[in-house]
Design a protein. Structure first.
Length: 673
């Protein structure tokens, strides 16, 4: 629903109608081309003007314009534009109060186009006076700000229900993970190339004897690396669609990969060149530097292979990255398990929730609730506006205690008397609400009572408070034990409940527990039947309340899955490199190993001899990785008001896992020799 000025700010291509007049009158709607075709089929667009579209079974609107769809990705993906004047002339006025400044919703937005030469700061200076003149009754007056339109996609400081916000730090983290995995692969190549340099020493000697220069040899080895990297890029291009398919839950709708786009082509060329240089330059310079005489004797790389300082450093780097992933994965998994199983202060199991439309009559809702109560397997039925887990902002509760009012911002819900028992809330003082058509009394939580200045819950019972709206002063009849009305990213906030029948359009149903899945299904089928009898033209849709809670942490669960994947890839690549080095080392020391076996050495003792160096490197990696992982995970946990402690066992377990994996990798070539 929008004012006509929307089209003055956002320029659409008008196929039919006029942007200046299309939304001036009530009961008008402008459609995008795709929406018009969806509603009316392939009739001429001009013939659609004047036709009716019916929303929610009763909101009849006349098509007054058709605009072209956006051709590119957009956060403003609207396809139906209803005239704002419709609100005052329809049932929408019951849900959208245009005459009261007392409540704020983040599903409404105001767009401002500044005049030339005017800065955002100049406009924001005028906001305090505007707030003071129009917005009263707040404990803390709201602060109005201007947000650049280009900022809405990445800045999660601002909330709305339209834009498809992306968490920018997560994108940076994913880029960092990709870079580190690529670096691990590069390090493997350097390690294996330098470790096997002795095998190519004679080749280098022959080239130099035949007149080859150091530069020509460097170019040759760089070209070899380039060809290997090019083959890897081609394989990746064939594999990418499978990867996208496997990770489709992480990719937003509409995002796609065009393999022939100039931007991607440039990116691939840069990756190809940079990776080839990183992986190939040092081995190429090393191989090309061998002296011909020593190279022909196979002694060119002896000194390097004896010290191997660079190789050891690179192995430490590899396993440091892998250990950071292992430690991070354990901590993220532990935190997610904690937030999904923490006692929130209310019941969330075996509860289903469904929403009814605002244009439906209250009598229909009464009939539906009464029918559901008669169904076997239903324990409690409650009507309310949202749920204890809904993030309802914008409420203010005020206690007049004499010369100065005590105020606090609070979340809220409108509900009936069954709300407390259904969600398992505990009343610690006073009594429950009595269901009524208008606000007659309040139920508050312990935090709200403290915020209003009451030392004990009992002190709040019987006191009169208001909620920042005209004629809203009523008595507090009870106090409930604190519960988390939001996600565990935030602490417990003040919360109040009141009964307003017309606002209670959501129904929650507590199913009988102790029964199997089939019994649940039977009960839900009966609820569906009751729904169809009362609302024959509406789809029956419900959600399990515990899943609603879990959805709060969708981002964290995806982070956990991505960390698991990154960890497995990093460990796999590191072990591939370690396996190659172990195989090559065993080949280099084959005579020594043979003599030891003749003298009675067992396979275990041989493996132990070859593993000592690796064991020391992993311990060094653990010492380096631990403070890095602690810093990163400590910062990540700060986003939660309720969080786990980072224990020492996480680091010890991660180190032990890395040691076991490395020893198995190193021992594999010898155990199969």
């Amino acid at each position: 629903m929008t004012e006509p000025q929307y089209f003055n700010i956002f320029k659409y291509q008008w196929l039919q109608g006029n942007s200046a007049t299309a939304l001036k009158e009530p009961f008008k709607v402008v459609l995008s081309r795709s929406e018009a075709l969806r509603y009316f089929g392939t009739v001429p667009l001009a013939a659609i003007i004047g036709k009716q579209v019916i929303y929610n079974d009763s909101l009849r609107l006349t098509v007054s314009g058709i605009v072209e769809d956006w051709t590119k990705n957009s956060d403003l993906a609207f396809k139906d534009f209803i005239s704002f004047a419709t609100v005052e002339h329809s049932f929408l006025k019951h849900d959208i109060d245009l005459h009261n400044w007392g409540m704020w919703e983040f599903n409404s937005q105001g767009y401002v186009k500044l005049a030339k030469g005017v800065t955002p700061a100049q406009i924001e200076k005028q906001f305090p006076g505007f707030v003071k003149a129009h917005i009263t009754g707040y404990g803390k007056p709201p602060r109005l700000l201007l947000q650049p339109l280009a900022d809405i996609h990445f800045n999660n400081r601002y909330h709305d229900v339209y834009s498809r916000q992306t968490h920018l730090p997560t994108l940076y983290a994913l880029i960092a993970i990709a870079v580190f995995i690529l670096l691990i692969a590069v390090i493997n190549f350097i390690n294996l190339s330098t470790a096997q340099s002795l095998a190519r020493a004679r080749e280098v000697g022959v080239h130099k004897v035949l007149g080859g220069s150091k530069t020509s040899l460097t170019v040759q080895f760089m070209v070899e690396t380039f060809i290997l990297t090019l083959i890897a890029v081609v394989i990746a291009l064939f594999a990418i669609h499978l990867v996208i398919f496997l990770f489709h839950p992480f990719i937003p709708p509409g995002a796609n990969l065009s393999l022939f786009s100039p931007a991607l082509s440039l990116f691939l060329v840069l990756i190809l060149i940079v990776t080839s240089i990183l992986a190939g330059f040092y081995p190429a310079r090393l191989l090309s530097s061998y002296l011909p005489v020593l190279s022909l004797k196979g002694q060119g790389a002896t000194q390097f292979n004896n010290k191997s300082y660079l190789r050891k450093t690179l192995i430490v780097f590899q396993f440091t990255v892998s250990l950071v992933f292992i430690i991070g994965t354990l901590i993220v998994g532990k935190q997610i398990n904690f937030i999904l199983n923490k006692d929130l202060g209310f019941n969330k199991d075996a509860i289903i929730t469904m929403h009814t439309e605002w244009n439906n009559s209250i009598d229909q809702l009464n009939v539906f609730c009464n029918k559901v109560k008669e169904i076997p397997g239903v324990q409690v039925v409650s009507r309310h506006r949202t749920t204890p887990a809904a993030e309802r902002h914008g409420g203010t509760i005020i206690f007049n205690k004499g010369a100065e009012n005590s105020k606090t911002e609070a979340s809220f819900d409108f509900c009936d008397e069954n709300y407390v028992s259904l969600f398992g809330l505990k009343i610690v003082a006073g009594r429950n609400l009595i269901h009524s058509d208008t606000i007659k009394e309040y139920l508050i939580n312990e935090t709200c009572a403290k915020a209003l200045g009451f030392k004990k819950p009992e002190d709040a019972v019987g006191k009169f408070v208001g909620i920042g709206m005209p004629n809203s002063t009523r008595q507090i009849v009870g106090v409930v034990k604190d519960f988390n009305s939001k996600s565990l990213h935030e602490t417990v906030t003040p919360f109040f409940m009141a009964s307003v029948t017309k606002s209670e359009r959501t129904v929650s149903i507590k199913l009988s527990t102790g029964k199997g899945i089939n019994d649940f299904k039977t009960t839900i089928d009966q609820i569906n039947k009751a729904w169809k009898e009362v609302y024959p033209n509406e789809k029956f849709e419900y959600t399990f309340f515990d899943q609603t809670i879990a959805n709060f942490y969708n981002k964290e669960q995806k982070t956990s899955q991505l960390m698991n994947t990154a960890m497995l890839i990093a460990i796999f690549i590191s072990c591939m490199g370690l396996f190659g080095l172990a195989t090559f080392t065993a080949q280099q020391r084959v005579k020594e190993i043979g003599i030891r076996k003749v003298l009675g050495a067992t396979a275990v003792s041989i493996v132990s001899m070859l593993s000592k160096e690796v064991l020391g490197l992993i311990i060094i990696s653990l010492l380096v990785a631990s403070p890095i992982a602690f810093y990163l995970m400590h910062n990540w946990l700060q986003d939660f008001a309720y969080r786990i402690n980072i224990n020492l066992w996480v680091f010890l377990l991660s180190g032990l896992a890395a040691i076991v994996i490395a020893l198995l990798t190193v021992s594999f070539p010898e155990m199969h020799r």
